[in-house]
Write a protein that binds this ligand. Structure first.
Ligand code: C2E
Ligand code: CA
Ligand code: CA
Length: 852
């Protein structure tokens, strides 16, 4: 805005300068305007014939102006007495042929032929306007006859001068013009320099548009003719024709670029492109069309183009286009200037400095103002880029800290703050792969009295007790000889992991156990001491089970599992500590039968799928189902995750998943028949993603069940993907391109890199139950869930919360912007028939129509 003020100050200064200039430019020595008579007659009429014609008419206006006529006109002026040295000036330099006759007492004394169809060098005075000097003597009656013919606008502004007065006036005028051309040329070079430095197209267009305007003005005034090609009238006429459409093309190109119209006003932009195209055609047309048609079409295009530009400035300004303010003011100056000049030409305004040079002043100021605007725009764009970069850095930092928090959450038990099962597994894994030539004892401690305590004192007290126990156990095991840290940070080392609420784990270098048996026994005894809580001595009855690497197992999972088996043995119950004994491992035998039973169950169709609904927030409509495997008809029920674990270990997961997919399609057909066209999500094991033909299988299945297209969603867990990131990503991508939606399951339960998750072609993220359960009571969990939701939203995922069991949690999630929930709050997974009843009960209860 400072620029605009400066600009008005400048304009004010120029206007106040005006009176002086005017006094000089229209000096009092101009001779009085003689009255003019005219007639139309062929040029080759002999002079006496023309003089004798009776149809001479007096001219009403001061300046003959017949518009676009091509005929010959004659003008006749009687000279009053005056100074001897005189000049006739016709200040319109576009006339094709002008013949000047001076008659003294009826006798022809001088004849001069001029016009812009004749070489410049033949002019009596070397000037863009037509100037004819002549001499008069007192006492003689002088008359001037002019014959004029032209193909453009027929205007003949005739003025008579005393010779010296004319030269004075011309000098002043030339000086003003030089100033004007100087301003435009400076503008051009200045912006050209900026363009060459910055390579910003807008600057180039501005240079071209200013050049186009300058060239047009100079050509109209005949200056280019005089300076560049005085011997080539045809070239002058050709450039005259081309100057208008070329100036239009450049002006429109600049406006498009400066106002960014292709983004901000696509329709106007298209219109301008059309006018640009037509103007280019008009440039070519100058070579083939006749003069009159050519000039008229160029002027028509120029008028329509400038009309659009006049309107688009204010409209864009109103629409808050940051450039449009400058543009509108600059353009208005040009228009006002031009109109002042035009109004003066039509006799509506008196002749003075401002009306005479309005067009030049307007365009000069326009040039200066737009140069300022361009600089401002450049500055703004740099600023914006800088701000965008800063915002990006801030977002990156926020994401990084969220990632760290998630990671921390994923690796720690929320209650005790100790490393969790995942950390424990990672640590053992790391140990046995990094230093595999040593022996390690993997120990788990189970608090076997905890259930009884909970029944007596309630959950809250149990939680407090577990916290106390974790602190105490950690300080006891850290003193054990050969103990290995599970996590080491700058502040501390942690030796104990929280595997489950009532189970802890630690790892000892086995060689040290044999070396210091007393210390071990002493530690165990300390562990068994009751905890002092609220004045009570509470026995936690810890039972320890231990498995040794590498004797008892060579992989982390089996080591931990066997430590658990040892911990559950009678020996551990009796003595507090037991080592794994393969002979007593009933699990392995059981497992064998279990595997063969599962294989049979799969073949005989004894497995079943239950469905659990998924509800959208805040609309509370059911938007989908998740299919979960069940093995009904067994004496001892097998939990789904155990069943899946067995299937994965034995290769049965391949036929199992395919059966689940086919079964889901059948279930969905039934759902649709009953008027519930909902999607069904199917859980996919990481092993499936490693089957080379899995994507192919899914695609074929889906294409033979067209109506279910896009309605079977695959759920993959984030941790499973991490086992083989590259291949999983490849498989998911090919499924995604085949139009099969993917959902990330159990998000937040393990550690995975967000930058990896970001690459997955998923549309949905399911936040793990472990994060959701306690958001009602734990502020820390709330922060994590909120961050996760926001982050997932910013990455474009829909967010589902799993394991929602009560209304409080649901309401909280709704307020956090979570998109969907799933959990016992709605219903546990149900077989299809029961689910249908549930759905329609719900619909009638809510009096709602069935959802789509
Ligand atoms: P998941 O995919 O996370 O499935 C959700 C589990 O949470 C289900 O356990 C479900 O019954 C349970 N659940 C739902 N709402 C609540 C709630 O409000 N509170 C609580 N405490 N639990 C809730 P389910 O059916 O025992 O399945 C366990 C896991 O087994 C599944 O976890 C999934 O990873 C796996 N699984 C189940 N069916 C299949 C299958 O067909 N294929 C594969 N590959 N895996 C399956
Ligand atoms: Ca799932
Ligand atoms: Ca899940």
């Amino acid at each position: 805005m400072r620029h605009i003020a400066l600009f008005f100050a400048l304009m004010g200064a120029m206007i106040t300068m005006a009176p002086e200039g005017q006094a000089e430019a229209t000096g009092s020595s101009r001779l009085p305007q003689p009255s003019i008579a005219f007639l139309e007659a062929p040029a080759d009429d002999d002079l006496s014939g023309v003089l004798a014609r009776p149809d001479w008419q007096p001219l009403a206006e001061a300046t003959p102006n017949f518009g676009y006529v091509t005929g010959h006109y004659w003008y006749r002026l009687s000279l009053p007495d005056g100074p001897p040295q005189q000049v006739l000036e016709i200040s319109y330099p576009q006339l094709d042929y002008v013949t000047f006759y001076l008659l003294a007492d009826g006798e022809l004394v001088e004849k001069v032929v001029t016009g812009d169809h004749l070489p410049f060098s033949e002019r009596p005075l070397y000037h863009p306007s037509f100037l004819v000097p002549y001499t008069v003597e007192p006492g003689v009656n002088y008359e001037i006859l002019l014959s004029v013919q032209t193909n453009g606008a027929h205007q003949v502004p005739i003025r008579l001068w005393e010779q010296n007065a004319l030269f004075d006036a011309l000098t002043t005028e030339d000086r003003l013009h030089s100033l004007y051309y100087g301003i435009l040329i400076t503008t051009i070079f200045f912006n050209l320099f900026i363009f060459l430095t910055l390579r910003e197209a807008t600057y180039l267009f501005y240079v071209l548009s200013t050049f186009g305007y300058l060239f047009l003005m100079a050509t109209l005034r005949g200056v280019t003719y005089q300076v560049f090609w005085p011997e080539s009238p045809w070239l002058h006429n050709q450039t005259m024709l081309m100057a208008v459409p070329v100036a239009v093309v450049f002006a429109l190109l600049f406006a498009r670029s400066f106002l960014k119209l292709s983004d901000r006003a696509p329709l106007t932009d298209r219109l301008l492109k059309v006018i640009i195209g037509l103007s280019l055609a008009a440039v070519l047309g100058t070579f083939v069309l006749d003069f009159n048609t050519s000039i008229k079409s160029s002027v028509a295009l120029a008028l329509s183009g400038f009309l659009v530009l006049t309107v688009v400035g204010p409209i864009q300004w109103a629409r808050r286009n940051p450039q449009a303010g400058y543009y509108t003011v600059a353009w208005a100056l040009l228009i006002v200037g031009t109109m002042l000049t035009a109004a003066n030409k039509y006799g509506l305004l008196p002749t003075n400095w401002l009306t005479t040079y309005g067009m030049q002043v307007g365009s000069g100021l326009e040039a200066i103002l737009l140069t300022i605007a361009l600089a401002k725009r450049l500055y703004n764009e740099r600023e914006e880029k800088l701000h965008a970069r800063e915002a990006e850095l801030r977002a990156m930092a926020a994401r990084r800290s969220a990632e760290l928090r998630l990671m921390d959450q994923a690796l720690h038990n929320p209650l005790t703050g100790l490393p969790n099962r995942t950390s424990f597994e990672m640590m053992i894994n790391d140990l046995i792969t990094r230093v595999p030539d040593r022996r390690y004892a993997i120990a788990v401690i189970h608090l076997s009295n905890l259930q009884a305590i909970t029944k007596t004192l309630g959950h809250r007290n149990t939680d407090r007790l577990i916290e106390l126990a974790s602190v105490r156990f950690n300080s006891i095991v850290r003193e054990l000889p050969g103990i290995l840290p599970i996590e080491t940070t700058e502040q501390r080392s942690v030796y104990l992991a929280s595997l489950e609420p009532s189970t802890f784990g630690f790892v000892v270098d086995a060689a040290m156990i044999g070396n210091a048996p007393r210390a071990i026994i002493q530690g165990l005894e300390e562990l068994r001491e009751p905890v002092d809580y609220l004045g009570m001595q509470l026995p936690l009855d810890p039972q320890i089970g231990t498995a040794i690497f590498p004797e008892h197992a060579q992989d982390t999972n089996s080591l931990i599992r066997r430590a658990h088996i040892a911990q559950g043995s009678n020996e551990a119950r009796d003595r507090g500590l037991a080592y794994y004994q393969p002979t007593r491992d009933s699990y392995s035998a059981d497992r064998l039968t279990l595997v063969s039973e599962l294989r049979k169950a799969l073949q005989n169709g004894e497995l079943a799928l239950h469905l659990q609904p998924k509800m959208a927030l805040p609309s509370r409509t059911i938007v989908g189902m998740e299919a979960l495997i069940r093995w009904p008809g067994r004496k001892t029920p097998i939990p789904a995750d155990v069943l899946i674990g067995i299937a994965e270990q034995t290769g049965l997961i391949k036929p199992l998943t395919r059966w689940v997919l086919e079964q889901s399609l059948a279930l969905r057909t039934r759902l649709v028949e009953q008027g519930w066209p909902l999607g069904i999500a199917v859980n996919i094991s990481p092993n499936n993603l490693r089957e080379p033909d899995f994507p192919m299988f899914v695609q074929r299945l889906m294409s033979s069940h067209h109506s279910h297209r896009g309605m079977i969603i695959l759920e993959v867990t984030e941790t499973s993907m991490m086992q083989d990131p590259a291949n999983s990503l490849k498989a998911l991508n090919s499924l995604h391109t085949a139009g099969i939606p993917v959902s990330i399951d159990d998000f937040g339960s393990g550690y995975s890199s967000l930058s990896y998750i970001k690459q997955l072609p998923a549309s949905e993220i399911k936040i793990d139950r472990s994060l959701i359960t306690d958001i009602g009571t734990h502020a820390g969990d709330r922060v994590i869930v909120q961050t996760t939701i926001d982050m997932c939203h910013s990455l474009g995922y829909k967010v589902v919360a799993e394991g929602v069991e009560d209304e409080t949690t649901a309401a909280l999630l709704e307020s956090m912007g979570c998109d969907m929930i799933q959990g016992y709050l709605l219903t546990p997974p149900l077989p299809l028939e029961k689910l249908l009843v549930w759905l329609s009960d719900r619909a009638t209860a809510e009096g709602k129509r069935k959802v789509v």
